[in-house]
Design a binder for this molecule. Structure first.
Ligand code: NDP
Ligand code: MG
Length: 356
């Protein structure tokens, strides 16, 4: 006989999670939000806020390539400086690498006491690239998804999970206001997890380096190279090591590791369970700990800031090397020959930075 898992065994979460019912829309009502940037996140926040009845002004450069889009979406557009001057809440949604510059030139001169400086990622605050004055609130509302989905899920009444963090609260209203903002862009329909700038920044950087973007691409390339160097065909190696990854990840996404193990054959399950830890072994674990340490002690941030200041020489070189890997040519050819690539065209617009 089996016994049902009772509540005592259920995992209890450390984090607080908020929903629409917890949010007080009056915390943002009557306030003007300047959305700086109209890219992935900017266009979604601006339109969702506007549809939720919040007063929005989009801040873009005079010659901005996004100006026409924002205007044709019916939004008021000003220069970043004028938008900040008109706003109570400044939502900083330009790329992280340009934020310090935009802050210095357009935000800081126009911020007033009691305003809110709001981010969708903690990098610049956590690593002191932006040092806000002491008389403003500093918050983060970070949807856990690319902007196009934030917009689409809002329109379909679904919502997108998000994070909320308060770094500085001088008005005593930072938390309520942040939660009201999260609700207005649709995040509180799905759930908003309370976190800190430090936790969001460090877990985000670690995740994308060790597992999501860095770890997984290395695993794919090394699997592919191992098969091809042993004489197997590049097509087989591509399907096995890259294409099928999506199917496995979809199963994990839907039902966890268990859902995946249940769907694959017993042979795959036995082989995977015995060999997985042999491949990604204690050395990989030590490397992960080192990656985490460099994120925590600021070494990675200093390196990336210096890289940008130098005009991105290593970044450009590494990008070129990645693009010229054989798996990329093989993949392009194969995706052109098979039908599954067509249905993916529609989602090309969503190919944007993983925010994990
Ligand atoms: P984008 O790269 O999509 O932002 C592009 C926008 O920024 C464009 O409107 C561009 O306008 C404007 N912009 C660029 N440079 C400047 C500048 N110097 N002055 C004024 N405007 C400028 O950014 P994201 O939406 O990807 O990222 C915004 C924030 O959201 C970041 O903090 C990011 O970490 C975070 N985030 C991103 C997620 C994602 O999936 N993309 C997920 C969750 C959080 P122009 O035409 O003038 O260049
Ligand atoms: Mg990231």
């Amino acid at each position: 006989m089996t016994t049902e898992t009772d509540d005592d065994d259920a995992y209890s979460f450390d984090s607080k999670i908020y929903y629409d019912d917890d949010a007080d829309p009056t915390a943002i009502a009557g306030k003007t939000v300047a959305v700086l940037g109209y890219g992935s996140q900017g266009h979604a926040h601006a339109q969702n806020l506007d549809d939720s009845g919040v007063d929005v002004v989009v801040g873009l450069r005079e010659d901005s390539s996004s100006r026409a889009a924002a205007e044709s979406d019916g939004l008021r557009v000003e220069t970043p400086g004028d938008a900040v001057a008109a706003a109570d809440i400044v939502s900083v949604l330009v790329p992280d690498t340009v934020q310090p510059d935009v802050y210095e030139n357009a935000i800081e001169p126009n911020l007033e006491a009691g305003d809110t400086l709001q981010f969708a990622h903690g990098f610049n605050i956590h690593y002191n690239q932006i040092q806000p004055p002491e008389d403003v609130d500093v918050t983060m509302v970070a949807p856990k998804s690319p902007g196009h989905l934030v917009r689409r899920n809002y329109e379909s009444d679904e919502g997108t999970p998000g994070l909320l963090a308060v770094y500085q609260d001088v008005t005593g209203e930072a938390h309520d206001e942040g939660l009201a903002y999260a609700a207005a862009i649709g995040c509180a329909r799905a759930g908003v997890i309370e976190t800190s700038f430090r936790e969001e920044t460090e877990t985000d950087l670690f995740g994308e380096q060790a597992v999501l973007c860095g770890g997984v691409t290395s695993l794919v390339k090394q699997g592919y190279e191992t098969l091809v160097e042993a004489g197997y065909s590049p097509e087989m190696a591509y399907f096995e090591c890259l294409n099928e990854l999506k199917l496995i990840v979809d199963l994990m996404y839907e039902d966890g590791l268990g859902g995946m193990w249940q769907s694959v054959s017993d042979t795959a399950e036995y082989g995977g369970l015995t060999q997985g830890d042999e491949i990604v072994d204690e050395h990989a674990r030590e490397n992960m700990e080192e990656v985490l340490e460099q994120v925590q002690n600021g070494q990675f941030a200093r390196e990336w800031i210096a890289e940008n200041q130098a005009g991105r020489p290593s970044y450009t070189q590494l990008k070129t090397r990645e693009e010229s890997h054989e798996i990329e040519q093989v993949g392009e050819e194969l995706r052109g020959l098979f039908a599954w690539a067509e249905e993916d065209e529609e989602s090309d617009e969503e190919k944007t930075e993983v925010r994990a």
